[in-house]
Ligand binder design. Structure first.
Ligand code: URA
Length: 435
């Protein structure tokens, strides 16, 4: 690239810094240049912060989505001979739904070419969870993905050099620069991966509450609407559920702990909310793929009860190089220190600050504070009480799983719980549906 043909990143940055609108072509060119490594991270990060603060109009959001898609290939599975569907969450605390859902849906005859993300901000990521299984590979090339989809109907990978590489870069920079929770970033990040992976039908799980990026129902429904509309405009079918994240989902938070809980669900057990949401979203996928609702629900229950979903999970782990023995014998990495966090007083559990808990998990090593950080798969928490539960002083609210004893972490964990005197209703799991 000649010196004059190169993008003038400083001029581009000034537009957003000053609250202006980008020309869609220039925005695409900037993102594609960044993905090719031609823009240094500090300039891309500065743009992210300017756009975080000053916003992107719908046309800019759509240009960003197209640019991220164009930074790699778009897969096409129409010759597979069976429908394809996928689910993507906007991110939460303890949200391990994808782990059980992907093999479960595949066991019902709909192929799942799932492309997931890593931890983002205070939330966990499916790829980090999968990588707590020793040997599990989350990077497959297009040929390997096709072969695996043909054979077992499910792959679980990350974006990579072939698939939405621009999102790999922007995602890591957003995570490290606190520029995550804006719909004009979330929609392009998610929709680009889903369109590039080639799924024909996509169900979005838009999280809402203290542990989510969208804290209010209004913001979450608006994000769901955008995800569905932009996906349809790009050629795939879509639906969304807005679901509760006013407390962690299930019991386990943290990478290896969440894989264990997903195994429980695939064995027909697991926490009631995790099982219910897995079935809700899996049924929505099957319905978008053409099944009737009742037939879909019955097929899913059968696949769990018969062990077919569990067997598909083990096949997936083997296919992607994971240590299947470690999963079958419950020998995933374990933290050396498990410390109970007691309730300071009696009352009713009124609130759990999911953001604070998620940030605590990042701080104890379960997520990244810089792009290059390594994640400790062992650490996390087992959350033992739910909103609306009565507690006595000294009851265990949660257990922290730590790499080393850490009294400050215990204090931070206790501070995430609010205990009140009056009765508090448990929040509903599914708040709204967007078709
Ligand atoms: N999940 C993604 O893939 N991207 C986001 O921006 C948020 C959640």
């Amino acid at each position: 690239v000649s010196a004059t043909a190169r993008i003038d990143a400083r001029a581009f940055l000034r537009v957003k810094r000053d609250g202006g609108r980008h020309d869609p072509g220039e925005l695409e060119a900037f993102v594609l240049a960044a993905a090719r490594g031609e823009i240094p991270d500090y300039q891309t990060s500065a743009w992210l912060m300017a756009a975080y603060l000053n916003g992107l109009a719908d046309a800019e959001r759509d240009a960003l989505t197209r640019a991220v898609i164009r930074s790699g290939q778009v897969f096409d599975w129409r010759s597979l001979g069976r429908p394809t569907a996928d689910k993507h969450s906007t991110g939460g605390v303890g949200d391990k739904i994808s782990l059980a859902l992907a093999p479960l849906v595949a066991a019902c005859g709909v192929a799942v070419p799932m492309v997931s993300g890593r931890g983002l901000g205070h939330t966990g990521g499916t790829l980090d969870k999968l990588e707590s299984i020793p040997g599990f590979r989350t990077q497959l090339d297009a040929q390997a993905m096709r072969a695996q989809l043909e054979r077992i109907g499910v792959v679980m990978v990350g974006q990579g050099p072939e698939l939405a590489p621009a999102d790999g870069l922007l995602y890591a920079l957003r995570d490290a620069t606190s520029t995550v929770e804006r719909p004009w970033f979330i929609v392009p990040s998610i929709v680009s991966k889903k369109i590039a992976e080639g799924a024909q039908a996509i169900v979005y799980d838009v999280k809402c509450g203290s542990g989510a990026f969208m804290k209010t129902e209004g913001d979450a429904v608006a994000l769901a609407r955008q995800l569905v509309d932009v996906t349809r405009a790009m050629g795939a079918n879509a639906a969304a559920r807005v679901t509760d994240m006013s407390q962690p989902l299930g019991v386990a938070v943290g990478n290896a702990l969440e894989v264990r809980e997903a195994c429980d669900v695939l064995h027909g057990g697991g926490p009631a909310d995790v099982r219910a949401l897995t079935l809700e979203l899996a049924a929505a996928m099957l319905v978008l793929a053409g099944r009737g609702e009742a037939e879909a629900r019955a097929a899913l229950e059968r696949a769990l009860d018969s062990g077919a979903a569990w067997r598909r999970w083990l096949e997936l782990i083997v296919a992607q190089g994971g240590d299947v023995d470690a999963v079958e014998r419950d020998q995933l990495p374990r933290a050396p220190a498990v410390v109970p966090v007691p309730a300071p007083r009696a009352g009713v559990l009124a609130a759990v600050d999911g953001f604070a808990l998620g940030e605590l998990i990042v701080a104890i090593g379960g997520g990244r504070r810089a792009k290059e950080d390594r994640v400790d798969p062992r650490v996390g928490a087992m959350v033992r009480r739910r909103i609306g539960d009565r507690v006595d002083a000294g009851d265990v609210l949660l257990e922290l799983h730590l790499a080393a004893p850490d009294p400050a972490a215990v204090e931070r964990a206790a501070a995430a719980f609010t205990i009140a005197d009056a009765a508090v209703a448990a929040p509903p799991l599914v708040i709204a549906s967007v078709a």
